[in-house]
Design a protein around this ligand. Sequence first.
Ligand code: FAD
Length: 455
Amino acid sequence: MTHEKSGPRTLSGWGRTIRRTCEVRRPTFDGGLVDLVTAEPRLTVRGAGKSYGDAALPGSGGPGVVLELTEFDRIVSFDEGNGVVVVEAGALLKDLIDQTLPIGWKLPVVPGTERITVGGAIACDVHGKNHPGAGSFGQHVVWLALLRSDGTIVQLSAGQDPDGFWATIGGMGLTGVILRAAIQLQRVDTGWMIRNRRRTRSLDETLDAMRAAAGRQELDPERYAIAWLDARGSAPGRGIVDEYYGAGTLDLPGAVAPFPETRPPSARYRRSLPGRGVVSNTTIAAASAARWHLSRSANSQLVAMRDALCPLDRADAWPAAFGRGGLVQYQFAVPADEIGTIHEVLSYLGRHGLPPALATLKNLGFGTAGALSFPIPGWTLAVDLPARRLGTLRPLDKLVAGAGGRVYLAKDAVTDPELIPLMYPRLPTWRRTQRRLDPAGRWTSGLAERLGLLS
Ligand SMILES: Cc1cc2nc3c(=O)[nH]c(=O)nc-3n(C[C@H](O)[C@H](O)[C@H](O)COP(=O)(O)OP(=O)(O)OC[C@H]3O[C@@H](n4cnc5c(N)ncnc54)[C@H](O)[C@@H]3O)c2cc1C
């Protein structure tokens, strides 16, 4: 066996709340991937490690072996006739976009960061700001190749073992290793977007603006919307609602090239600040108020597509700012008529002295998705909080589950395991397919163990 054995390393997710020391293996296909998979009794698959909690970490029971797919990063083929790209699962969305956007093709779904792998995007079935019209990432996967725990490789698609396909999409790396996938890209005229920005004065006004945006989004997969909420201000829920749509060549001033040259800078790892970092109720209040006051409602602003879709890629230092304890992002979805839950969650956080350092609201729509995929039609609110008071979040799980909602597994570090079957009612069906695809029972993760996903 020639796979690289790089010894013990301490890993965490993007939130830096949960840390595990583990053996990290980075095999190549010819260099022992299948041997490794069939030799190790328990394995955790990891992409770029951008899930917030422990989805890409081993469980707490032992040292654990992590399979990092970073050697699998090639674009295998691209058909410029029909826009289907075949790509290895360890490739970053960023690299795919670097290669295809300048020639007029874009990924139909991009989450808030491009620095994730294709495998991670499929395993978490990620969504973007255009979910009501475009659905989630998995809906644009034409087929995928999965390495199962018995060493066999199967090709899955909506027509070829659909149960296995939809159990792997959103399946949190627990059905096998996604080796490569074919993804349907979409044609674009430019790499620019038009932004219409509205500053709102209350949560009700923010929700009304987002509801109106959802109507437009349902009719058009190219419509993106996101609201930033000042959850701490004198009027909680006032915010900034940004709606984007693709710019055509006629929208560009003469001197502007159709595809911007600028690319997001490369990621840098920043060490966590000592102690509690710089995020406190005082700094949150000041930063939120400044952001709101400095923004103005304005229409028809030209913004580079990548800046519009992935603003946090310019903020490498974000998790480091929360200090040694790290940050938790509590993201949940509730049905469209459960607006009361959004109000209640924000007021609960306010009452308990937990103002979010960042709070964003997006619309979610219909669409076929995996049993463990996160999106349901309605709203999704994501709040970034210092991790030091995790226990305070527990009552929110009941509120969300009671409203027919769910937390996002890719972000989770805190959820009450007893509520998972309520939040994900198709879990028993998923487990049956998971067992079929993982006959040796090898795949595991901190998340799977903590929430009892496999039992
Ligand atoms: C700044 C930021 C913004 C974000 N915004 C959004 C957003 O808008 N929408 C959204 O949906 N998500 C968002 N996310 C979450 C992120 O998109 C997901 O967590 C994504 O899965 C991370 O991909 P990764 O390559 O880092 O995977 P990892 O974090 O390494 O792994 C995530 C899961 O995928 C599994 N996995 C990874 N690779 C494979 C593979 N090859 N085969 C099988 N399983 C695999 C792992 O086992 C794990 O369960 C955001 C994250 C960050 C840090």
